[in-house]
Every structure is written in structure tokens, then in C-alpha cells.
Design a protein around this ligand. Sequence first.
Ligand SMILES: C[S@@+](CC[C@H](N)C(=O)[O-])C[C@H]1O[C@@H](n2cnc3c(N)ncnc32)[C@H](O)[C@@H]1O
Length: 323
Amino acid sequence: MPPPTATAKKTTKRAPKPAPAPEVFKAAASKGKPAARIVVGDCREILPTLPEVKKQQLDLVFADPPFNWARDYDRDRTGEAWDDSAMTEQEYLGFTYDWIDACHAGLRDGGALWINIPDDWAAEIVVHCKRDLKMTMVNWCVWHYRFGQNTKSRFINSKVHALYFVKGNAGKRTWNADPILETSDRRAIYADARTETKRDGVPPGLRVPMDVWYGKYWGRIQGNNKERRHKHDNQLPEVYLERVVLACSNAGDTVLDPFTGTGTTGVVARALGRKYVGTEYARLNAERALQRIKAGPVRELGTSRGMSTAIHAPRRGSSPNAP
Ligand SMILES: C[S@@+](CC[C@H](N)C(=O)[O-])C[C@H]1O[C@@H](n2cnc3c(N)ncnc32)[C@H](O)[C@@H]1O
């Protein structure tokens, strides 16, 4: 006896539900300030969906990623905070290469990528950007601070690396030296007359900052520092982003930060007339960062411009910031 014909069950085929659109916090362009927005989610997933990335319109990317140091990036613990201690070394490097590649894909030819990173991962990142992505490394800067974590068992960490790469044709990179000049040691310490008559194209007594960054306002944002945003660990000083944004982008350019955090990059970029787009994993951070971006910098931009960073007292009657 043949088996009974199976009566086909009537099924209504449903298309898979589209993933919900990520939440976006936005500030519209107003009073000469360009638009800014922060998209909530994992930058590795969000970046490839952004129009600026698809069209390779990013002029500058600044990235200050989680360091895998078990830092609390959202002390309110709303459930969507990034777990900064969950990865093995190999996993962390895989994560790192993924977000770097996603940023690199969105840069224009000659666009700049800056990465703020501690000793642990700097070497691997340099090799990846130079060897695998064929980027040009323009500078390996160091952000030096005086209040590192105390220890007796090794030298105390007092720096983070600020790595500066350019995609593709380095001849097309944006470089503005004038707005970031500082008083030279020759003027500040030695009152050396030669610095007042030099003909290197830089105004008398000034110089392009060296590749080790420190000085007034350059300390870690801790304690009662007036820039400090509460409920967030690892905020960068405004002067740091001011230097990077001024040197490596122009007004009207597009600046991206995949790890928005408290929004320092966005605050400075928008205040300087650059369009800002950021991604941020923790919704609460994104929301607060946008409020900060709208409010603008705590310190007036330009406050530290032209200052001396000399570490020796003036000799021969010079004063540190004499014109
Ligand atoms: C070191 S903090 C950035 C601080 C920022 N530079 C500032 O000055 O405020 C890193 C930030 O990246 C966020 N984050 C971590 N993993 C992420 C991911 N995969 N995608 C997007 N954001 C992420 C964290 O929630 C944290 O706010």
C-alpha cells in the first residue's frame, strides 16, 4: 500500500525581521557649527554602514580604543557597557585589526588615522598599519603624563602612544603647522637671538611641537580637573584633540571617532568647524557625549597655543613665554 500522500501544511513564509536601526544621537548644524552625530553600537558593525565610510569621505579618524585593561567605561552599568577585560591577547588583536580596517576603508586618499594606544599593543598596530595596510607612518608621538599608576616592581608607566598614519598618497595629507606652533626652548630658556631671525618659514621664536606631548592642560583627566566628566574612565584632554584636529584637518572636513567615550574628539572637532561622526557601544556614553558636544569645550580653544613646554627654568633673563 502506498504511503498516504502527505498533505502539504499551509505555511506563510515570512521574511526575516530586519535588524532594528541603531540609535543615533544628533546635533544639527547651527550657528556656524556643523552637524554631529553618534551612532550607538559596535563600531565594527556600524562603520561599514555609514555613508561617509562607504563613500570614503573621512578626512581624519581619531581612535582611542578600549585597552583590554578592565576599565569601567560606563560606571552606571546600564547593561550595554563594553566589557574591557573579556578578550585573550589574540582576540583583542583580532578586534583591533577589524576596527582599524573598517576605519581605513572609510578614509579618503591621504586621510589621516590617529591611534591612542599603550605599550601593550603599539608594536602590533604599527606593523598592521604599515605592512598589511601599506599606510605611511608620519609620526610616532608620545603623550606623556606625570601621574601614572604607582608601582615598585617596574618602571611607572607615564605615557601612551599617539600613532599618526596616512592612507594611500601621503602627498595628499592635510598638515597645518601654523595653528599648533609653540614657543621654542631657544626663546624660552636661552633668549637666543638666532631664533628671532631664523628663516625656516616658522615665525620667530616658535616651533612645531616635538613628538613627546606634555605641559599645562596635558595631564590625565582625573580628580578635580575641570574637564572631567563623571562616570567615565579614560577621558583625553581637550588640548590633545585640539592639536590633532587642527594639524590634520580643515574646517568643513569630516572627522570620525569610532570610540566616542565622553566625546572629546567630537567636542573639539565641532567647535573647530569640522563635521563629526562617532560610534559608541554604550548608549549612555553616546547620549552624554552628545550633550557635551553641544555644550562645547570646557577650556577656550587656543588657550595653550604658542605656550612654552620648556622643562628648564629660563637662563640669561628670558621668561618662558616672552614674545
Ligand atoms: C577609552 S574610551 C574613549 C575615551 C574618549 N577618547 C574620551 O576622551 O572620552 C573607549 C570607549 O569606547 C567604547 N567602546 C568599546 N568598545 C567599543 C566598540 N566595539 N564599538 C564602539 N565603542 C566601543 C567604550 O564604551 C568607551 O566609551
